[in-house]
Design a protein around this ligand. Structure first.
Ligand SMILES: [Zn+2]
Ligand SMILES: [Zn+2]
Length: 107
């Protein structure tokens, strides 16, 4: 999973599919990952690995999503690379915020 690889590399945290995150709204929750646009946006589209047929075995237990603008870049780049990941600007949020974002952005 591209989110995890990037975050793991940066933070040096060990591989953990169920990482906890401290959310100022929801307290201690499981981590989820979204593009920078989905954090606060609405009606942007809500793409998940399932939806675009990315399978990554065990790692797809982590929730992650990106918006339609990021999906367009991902398609142009034929997948996730430095350019498409740079455009997405991955942000870690809690799983409750993730569900709220899904409701706001799913079209
Ligand atoms: Zn986006
Ligand atoms: Zn939250």
């Amino acid at each position: 999973m591209w989110f995890k690889r990037k975050l793991s590399r940066k933070s040096g945290l060990k591989h953990d599919n169920r990482r906890a995150v401290e959310c100022c709204q929801h307290g201690t929750r499981y981590a989820a990952y979204v593009c920078q646009h989905l954090v606060r946006g609405s009606k942007l589209g809500f793409f998940t690995p399932d939806l675009v047929h990315i399978t990554d075995s065990d790692e797809n237990r982590d929730r992650c999503a990106w918006c339609s603008a990021c999906e367009q870049v991902r398609e142009e780049q034929k997948g996730w690379n430095d350019i498409s990941e740079g455009a997405a600007g991955i942000t870690m949020i809690c799983d409750a915020c993730f569900e709220a974002s899904r409701l706001r952005n799913q079209t």
